[in-house]
Design a protein around this ligand. Structure first.
Ligand code: ADP
Ligand code: MG
Length: 399
């Protein structure tokens, strides 16, 4: 995730540094001190893949990797944004903010937040913002939602807006969907805004009801490794659209609003109504994946963290064989982690690249990381980025 070559996994927790970088960026670009700093994390999905658009269940948690925005209000109604990932600040006013797509590139995520707030009737204060981040960009850990949430938190507080945090995920999602034009579900924004340390967020994508589920790795002596496969995303957009269309068509044939409405007990009967083998496999993935999320939630409620491992691995097999969204790099990471003693491992995210997570004994984390790195070298893949993570807090003001 950073340009590390050493195999050993490193803990992902240096919040001070990223906050200091945001402040330094603010001072350098704008002069003076920021009025405050607001942070939002990346996220990883523990289980529940391609269930969101089927009205099903997901179980993400917020990461200790964070995006920090140092910000101050200004007197006029303009917004200047700078990120350490870009050379020059970008400035825009109400005309650009009120027309989705007018601000392009990374600053569009910021303009989208201004737009979504203004469209909802809020008086957004003009502001100068400086963004620094430890969340890897484009690896499937939701750096985009982290930017949206940190900017949203900053603007809400700078403007004294009366906007409770349970409304933030929907607003941030609209920024990404309707201003930037990137289709995403509600999972990313929910996880990075509502995540809580030591917990995973059980989200019902139909009702948007969330529940904090204890996910206490430390007490269990466990760790989660996140392996960035560094696989180039191959045809991911088209394949995503095809999976989605296939699920929607299957629901139509089965006469249900969404595949969420097919229970595991009714799966065989449902599959008999589908003539095409590929569609049957897609349906089997979604239906069994929803059940796996529910099963993992039940195990976590009773503190049986280690016992979730086989369900994680079963999720991976389902994505590989039935949903057909894995690639050799992620399969290699999963197989190597399991062979090195992981309790469970799976690809996380939409597929065709992205990250793998593995549940391991905390003291085995370095050995499992080394095994994955060795397997990559053997296959001639670019070295993976590997981090150990634990569930962290959602968006908040830092100081
Ligand atoms: P991810 O899985 O990381 O969310 P996306 O493609 O959804 O991948 O979002 C990545 C985009 O979000 C980047 O291309 C950039 O436009 C924006 N972004 C994320 N983090 C930052 C940052 N720290 N500074 C500027 N832009 C960022
Ligand atoms: Mg994203």
């Amino acid at each position: 995730m950073t340009g590390r070559t050493a195999a050993t996994a490193t803990p992902a927790a240096t919040p001070g540094d990223v906050a200091a970088r945001a402040t330094a960026g603010f001072r350098q670009r704008y002069g003076g001190q920021p009025a405050g700093r607001w942070a939002a994390p990346g996220r990883v999905n523990l289980i529940g893949e391609h269930t969101d658009y089927n009205d099903g269940f997901v179980l993400p948690f917020a990461l200790p990797l964070r995006t920090v925005v140092a910000a101050a209000a200004r007197d006029d109604e303009r917004w200047t944004v700078w990120s350490e990932l870009s050379a020059d600040p970008v400035e825009f006013g109400p005309a650009e903010a009120d027309e989705p797509g007018q601000v392009t590139g990374w600053a569009g995520y910021v303009a989208g937040v201004v737009w979504t707030l203004r469209a909802a009737g809020y008086a957004v204060p003009g502001a100068r913002l400086a963004v620094a981040s430890d969340v890897p960009v484009g690896s499937g850990l939701s750096s985009s939602a982290a930017v949206e949430a940190a900017v949203l938190a900053a603007l809400v507080e700078l403007g004294g807006l009366d906007l409770p945090a349970d409304r933030w995920p929907r607003l941030a999602q609209r920024a990404e969907n309707d201003y930037v034009g990137a289709p995403t579900g509600i999972m990313d924004q929910s996880a990075v805004i509502r995540g809580r340390a030591g917990h995973a967020l059980f989200l019902d994508c139909r009702t948007e009801v969330v529940e904090q589920i204890p996910f206490d790795l430390d007490t269990a002596g466990l760790a989660v490794l996140v392996v960035d496969s560094r696989a180039p995303h191959r045809h991911a957009d088209g394949e995503y659209a095809a999976r989605r269309a296939s699920c929607e068509e299957a629901a139509r044939v089965l006469g249900v609003p969404a595949l969420r409405d097919v229970a595991v007990a009714d799966l065989d009967a449902a599959l008999r109504k589908l003539s095409d083998g590929e569609t049957r496999r897609r349906v089997r993935h979604v239906v069994t994946e929803n059940q796996r999320v529910l099963d993992v939630v039940e195990l976590l409620r009773t503190g049986r963290v280690r016992d979730t491992g086989p369900l994680l691995t079963a999720s991976h097999a389902s994505m590989r064989d039935d949903f057909e969204i894995t690639v050799p790099e992620v399969d290699t990471a999963v197989d190597a982690a399991l062979a090195a003693g992981a309790y469970g491992a799976r690809m996380t995210g939409g597929g065709f690249g992205g990250c793998v997570l593995a549940l391991v004994d905390a003291d085995r984390a370095p050995a499992v990381a080394d095994a994955v790195t060795a397997a990559y070298a053997e296959r001639g893949f670019a070295a993976p980025g590997i981090l150990t993570v634990r569930p962290a807090a959602g968006a908040a003001r830092l100081d």
